[in-house]
Ligand binder design. Structure first.
Ligand code: BG6
Length: 467
């Protein structure tokens, strides 16, 4: 199938501040949750590479933005690091702000639209020490941070996002216990998730205030980015499998989709949580705050589908409910390096779900990418990494994106994750995602992979008006 990118469709790069910037002590940047974890237990990170380095975007942002332009990418998303923009008294840190002003100016000079996210799993350590998202004070502090950012950069940034994947911290830090502080407690996870929903809503309220007061561009937009993949279950499900599906979809997707489209959280999910005494604590006035959570558009990060079935055990170790167990689909195809299933049709299924259930809401694919280990194996004589697997991965996903659009999905863009190899949390630099390689042994030098040439040619056809 010949891929043809529609005019006006964003084709861009996705990245985040904490995974790229490095310079972790520059500009009086504060310590983050990740720096704390790295200091406490560096062996938890692949090859003992902690949060400090990124891919040196701090020094190389001009080169990187020019590289995006040279590949014909028209937009890129990164995030402001809360730890860089604000001081411990919750006031603007002018040195940190200066860095982001330079990034905005550089994107503008190169004709690249900047999408700015405010939070990518990177809690300041001093707030984490006060209980992180379990503490309402932190929710308020986040609203202050968002207000400061809107006012400081309001005339430089058009597309704003409150959170990237708000489901990940509750899951990784509080439910599965994969990330520091390794807690396995469904109820605490739900409280964290609820507080993030409040924090998001307060930030959207701040966005509208800032707009009314003239701090923002007239056409500025606010959104939220999540991994909204609709879950699947067995082919001939039992009622218990369908119940697992309802709660998984409810907690992972509808929670955020309802919040962002109607300013509410799903009642059926809350009713079930109450039956299990696992519902988060709700305070008077919260309902009004959540009503502010409606956004202009959504980002959909997609790597893998979620497949679930009825849980074997109904309660976890702390006596809280387990709503689902993973289901291994016999026909699955894997990205063995990351341990994630590759299922491009999931992108189309999400598009159709949006068309059916949230027809007014537009979205873009805000992350999609393939991380592969030891890419050195694929170097040709000229030293270029021949990442045909990545080309195939992107092509397969784009085909389903365009099919969804043809059938009425309001999808307005595609951002590839990790256009330049970056630091991947506890996996550090194990799996490389980039169209552009980063040479860690050679001052973070950037080099194009084969996929970079491929994506450039693809977008160029659109830009030259060819079919
Ligand atoms: C997304 C995150 O979930 O997946 C990114 O928004 C992350 O921050 C990406 O890097 C790929 O996952 P990983 O763990 O391989 O880096």
């Amino acid at each position: 199938m010949q891929l043809s990118i529609p005019k006006g469709f964003f084709m861009g790069a996705a990245m985040s501040g904490p995974q790229t910037e490095g310079a972790y002590k520059k500009d009086h940047r504060l310590e983050s949750f990740w720096d704390t974890w790295s200091d406490l237990s560096i062996s938890d990170f692949y090859n003992k590479v902690g949060s400090y380095v990124g891919n040196n975007f701090y020094e190389k942002y001009e080169e990187d933005i020019k590289l995006f332009k040279s590949l014909h990418l028209d937009s890129f998303r990164t995030s402001i690091q809360w730890t860089r923009l604000m001081d411990q008294n919750q006031k603007l840190n002018p040195e940190g702000a200066a860095f982001y002003h330079k990034v905005c100016a550089c994107a503008k000079d190169n004709g690249i639209e900047l999408f700015m996210n405010l939070y990518h799993f990177d809690m300041p350590a001093y707030l984490y020490a006060r209980g992180g998202w379990e503490n309402r004070e932190v929710v308020e502090a986040y609203a202050t941070y968002a207000r400061t950012a809107f006012r400081e950069f309001g005339k430089e940034i058009r597309y704003w996002f409150t959170f990237n994947e708000p489901i990940v911290e509750p899951d990784q830090e509080y439910r599965s216990g994969n990330w520091y502080p390794f807690i396995k407690d469904e109820r605490r996870g739900l409280q964290v998730q609820y507080h993030i929903a409040l924090a998001h809503s307060l930030a959207v309220r701040e966005f509208h205030k800032a707009k009314e007061e003239g701090y923002l561009l007239d056409d500025a937009q606010i959104g939220l980015i999540n991994a909204f993949a609709p879950p699947y279950t067995k082919e001939n499900p039992t009622p218990e499998d369908l119940e697992a599906l309802r709660m998984t979809d409810g907690i992972h997707n509808r929670w955020w989709l309802d919040l962002c489209t109607s300013g509410t959280l799903p009642k059926d999910v809350f009713d079930t949580l109450k039956e299990y005494h696992a519902a988060p604590e709700v305070r008077p006035g919260d309902e009004e705050i959540l009503k502010c959570g409606r956004v202009d558009w959504l980002g959909f990060n997609y790597y893998q589908p979620t497949r679930v079935q009825a849980p074997k055990e109904k309660l976890d170790e702390s006596g809280y409910p387990r709503f689902a167990d993973p289901y291994i689909w016999p026909e699955r195809r894997m990205n063995v390096y990351r341990g994630w299933e590759i299922y491009p049709k999931g992108i189309y299924d999400f598009g159709m779900k949006m068309k059916r259930e949230y027809p007014e809401m537009k979205f873009f694919i805000s992350e999609n990418g393939m991380g592969v280990e030891h890419e050195d194996r694929f170097r040709n004589e000229d030293g270029e990494i021949q990442d045909d697997y990545r080309i195939e991965f992107v092509r397969d996903h784009l085909e389903w994106v365009f099919k969804a659009i043809e059938e009425g999905a309001q999808c307005v863009g595609y951002h590839y994750w990790g256009v330049i190899d970056n630091w991947s949390w506890s996996n550090a630099f194990k799996n490389r995602y980039g169209f552009i390689e980063v040479d860690l042994m050679n001052n973070y030098e950037r080099r194009l992979k084969k996929s970079a040439r491929w994506i450039k040619d693809l977008i160029e056809q659109r830009d030259n008006g060819e079919d």
